[in-house]
Design a protein around this ligand. Structure first.
Ligand code: SAM
Length: 203
């Protein structure tokens, strides 16, 4: 029997970058086009995409005229984005969500899609987002309903990336305790079961 290797995000996504990039439509299906409309006009806005990966969302935002900074712990995921970004206004940064390398009040919008499933301590991350957002800035975060991380076959190995389930009520509570105001909360559902929680919060 093949033993599952449980890896941290950096090591895991460095190995899974090809796999992740091939499944873009599948990841989109958890959002059902409900993310971008929540942000309104993004042209010329300074946007930080945390856990940007291969740039699934960063590229869409940059094509709409936003100035995007895409941050991720995995250099292999960001390499996929670098190949695709062409002449778009995207800056890539290797870094950690819990320790953002930016000044206070730097961004109009922060987005984090499919990221928090990999974060144990949401409050550390949310605190950092609050700090780097300009006053009145928006934070769009999604929370996938995943109680058990998938085991992904890569060559002869089975890989699992360290993951954590977050109850939707707890995510809202953590945001509000850190002084965010929650403007909108949506649930993408499949047969009456929620598969993704989408939250828009304001500083
Ligand atoms: C499931 S992918 C999501 C990628 C992209 N946001 C999307 O919506 O397609 C999760 C990404 O978060 C990154 N990540 C995980 N933990 C992180 C952390 N603590 N700091 C920064 N990036 C992290 C991973 O390397 C991976 O690229």
């Amino acid at each position: 029997m093949v033993k599952v290797k449980v890896l941290n995000s950096k090591d895991g996504y460095n190995i899974l970058a090809d796999y992740y990039a091939k499944k873009e439509k599948y990841w989109d299906s958890f959002e059902k086009d409900q993310v971008l409309p929540l942000l309104g006009e993004v042209k010329n806005k300074q946007i930080l995409d945390v856990g940007a990966g291969n740039g699934r969302l960063s590229l869409k935002l940059a094509k709409l005229g936003a100035e995007v900074t895409s941050l991720d712990v995995s250099n292999e995921m960001l390499n996929k984005l670098k190949i695709k970004k062409l002449k778009l206004k995207i800056t890539t940064v290797i870094g950690e969500a819990e320790n953002l390398l930016f000044d206070n009040d730097s961004f109009d919008i922060v987005v984090a899609t499919f990221l928090i499933v990999h974060l144990k301590d949401l409050r550390m991350f949310f605190n950092e987002v609050y700090r780097v957002l300009k006053p009145g800035g928006l934070f769009l975060v999604t929370n996938i309903n995943q109680r058990k991380a998938p085991e992904i076959k890569v060559n002869k190995d089975l890989i699992e990336v360290e993951s954590y389930y977050h109850r939707p009520e707890q995510v809202i509570e953590d945001l509000e305790e850190l002084a965010f105001s929650v403007e909108q909360e949506k649930f993408v559902k499949e047969e009456d079961v929620w598969i993704n929680q989408i939250i828009l919060a304001k500083k």
